[in-house]
Design a protein around this ligand. Structure first.
Ligand code: 6PG
Length: 479
């Protein structure tokens, strides 16, 4: 077996197969391996004319087919299957070789794997790959972690196969060491959940309050997609809402079971945010909204609960309300991204990754599920002010929210009075109001904690730690 392949892909399900094809189409010789060899043969039979593939059947042959330093892309399910593949291949590798994990692995697993393999001189590169099967084939947004040395070897190849932003820039950058890439991919998915939930709430309001049909709402989303909400998720929402179910001739969205599933990356985002103390309330409400939708028995048992008599608007009022919903959607989207980028900054500090937030925004401009014109703005904001404490501290975003806030509040108030659940809209507005509040009721919380648990408190008028003798004469002591 001559060692001619610049890259190898093991795990030839849809994502792995399309990544392999993408590398081959871009002129690389690609070694192929899959646990069941039929998938390897099928790929070559169907797509062999797209480039140079080296089909292999054994782990040994797969490794032997790779030029040094060897670059193995692992595209198998996150968790134990990834550990199993590493255990199979690591003993066959030599110092300087690379294992690139392109699955949605938990970043803590990636940090463990990177540490374990580093002792063998092998570079483990946990890599977020976003864009689904289409992205894997035609250009994903790619978020590699791992060592600088591995990126020196891999980077040019990833830049060639990645999506390109409108300015031609490749949607890939070295995110940072060890698990930084998978951490950023995780937060990408958290933001994706928030984006999708906010769109879902906007849809429900246009349906229940404005009284529009799915097809009419699709047209509204198409119009929004020509403006500041221009994005992949808005674009596909119009496609989904304008689709008619062939079996029933009803709107597709009306025949789909309204119970959202989740593979887990959005959930991880919230769990890690809780550990880091980062308030990602918009993302959290998106995860919980999926959970609520899945509790069918609980929902059935609650169907009788009283609510307001919903009333739909007249034609002119409906059009005006739709414009207000656009304002609310954009304002809440700014907050959801603000929270996501705060989490990336907090993770970077916690794990000493030195992540460049402007570069993260820049590589999300194309290929990934949250790709949007909006990310050009975020990228520019962080390039202009790398130490920006929050996107809301950027003057242009703050100005846009100021212009949107009256409509934002009206839409949420309308949702509340009409009984339409908008948890992500409400949570993002509450976050915005909490940040700008002069005083928060957390002072009362501190008093309560000191009262029942003597947990002490600080004062806003002087330094120190205090406790009040609630059970006695209520004098204040300083500890
Ligand atoms: C991407 C997507 C992808 C994700 C699926 C399913 O960036 O290409 O985020 O990685 O796994 O969209 O995610 P859920 O099942 O969690 O919705």
């Amino acid at each position: 077996m001559s060692s001619t392949a610049q890259i190898g892909v093991t795990g030839l399900a849809v994502m792995g197969r399309n990544l392999a094809r993408n590398f081959a189409r871009n002129g690389y010789t690609v070694a192929l391996h899959n646990r069941t060899t039929a998938k390897t043969r099928a790929l070559v039979e169907e797509f062999g004319d797209e480039g140079d593939f080296v089909a292999t059947e054994s782990a040994e042959d797969f490794v032997a087919a790779l030029e040094r330093p060897r670059r193995l892309v692992v595209m198998v399910k996150a968790g134990d299957p990834t550990d199993a593949v590493i255990a199979e291949f690591a003993p066959l590798l030599e110092p300087g070789d690379m294992i690139i994990d392109g699955g949605n692995a938990h970043f803590a697993d990636t940090r463990r794997r990177e540490r374990d393999l580093r002792d063998q001189g092998i570079h483990f590169v946990g890599t977020g790959v976003s864009g689904g099967e289409e992205g894997a084939l035609n250009g994903p947004s790619i978020m590699p972690g791992g060592s600088k040395e591995s990126y020196a070897s891999l980077g040019p190849m990833l830049e060639k196969i990645s999506a390109k932003a409108k300015d031609g820039a490749p949607c890939v950058t070295h995110i940072g060491p060890d698990g930084a890439g998978h951490f950023v991919k995780m937060v990408h998915n958290g933001i994706e959940y928030a984006d999708m939930q906010l769109i879902a709430e906007a849809y429900q309001l246009l349906r229940d309050v404005a009284g529009y049909s799915p097809a009419e709402i699709a047209d509204i989303f198409r119009t929004w997609n020509t403006g500041r909400l221009d994005s992949y998720l808005i674009e596909i929402t119009a496609e989904v809402l304008s689709h008619t179910d062939a079996a029933t001739d009803k709107p597709f969205v009306d025949v789909v079971l309204d119970q959202a599933e989740q593979k887990g990356t959005g959930r991880w985002t919230v769990q890690i945010a809780l550990d880091l103390g980062v308030p990602v309330s918009g993302i959290a409400e998106a995860v919980f909204a999926r959970s609520v939708s899945g509790h069918a028995a609980l929902r059935e048992a609650s169907r009788h609960l009283a609510g307001p008599t919903a009333s739909t608007l007249g034609k002119d009022e409906a059009a005006a309300f739709a414009d207000q919903v656009e304002q609310a959607l954009y304002a809440s989207k700014i907050v959801a991204y603000t929270q996501g980028f705060h989490q990336i900054a907090a993770g970077s500090e916690q794990y000493d990754w030195n992540i460049n937030l402007g570069e993260v925004a820049a590589i999300w401009r194309g290929g990934c599920i949250i790709r949007a014109a909006f990310l050009d703005r975020i990228s520019s904001a962080y390039e202009a002010q790398p130490q920006l404490p929050s996107l809301l501290a950027d003057k242009s975003f703050a100005k846009e929210i100021a212009a949107a806030q009256d409509d934002w509040r009206t839409v949420i108030a309308t949702a509340v009075t009409q009984g339409v659940p908008t948890p992500a809209f409400a949570a993002t507005l509450a976050y915005y109001d909490s940040l700008r509040a002069e005083r928060l009721p957390a002072a009362l919380t501190q008093g309560q904690r000191d009262y029942f648990g003597a947990h002490t408190y600080h004062r806003s008028d002087r330094e120190g730690t205090f406790h009040t003798l609630w059970g006695g004469d209520k004098t204040e002591t300083e500890s």
